[in-house]
Design a protein. Sequence first.
Length: 61
Amino acid sequence: MITKDMLIGDLIKQKPEAAGILMRFGMGCVGCPSAQMESLEEAAGVHGLNLDDLMKALNEQ
């Protein structure tokens, strides 16, 4: 299960297919070095995204 405190870098390593979902939500910088150290919750806040919607999409895959 993917949690809001997971680092984007760890998520992409564990589930490479999650990159497409993140990009679909507007996180085009998923490959950026600084984004790799952000949690999903932090990144959602920076991008003004609904964290619940993001988590639902990531966990449905």
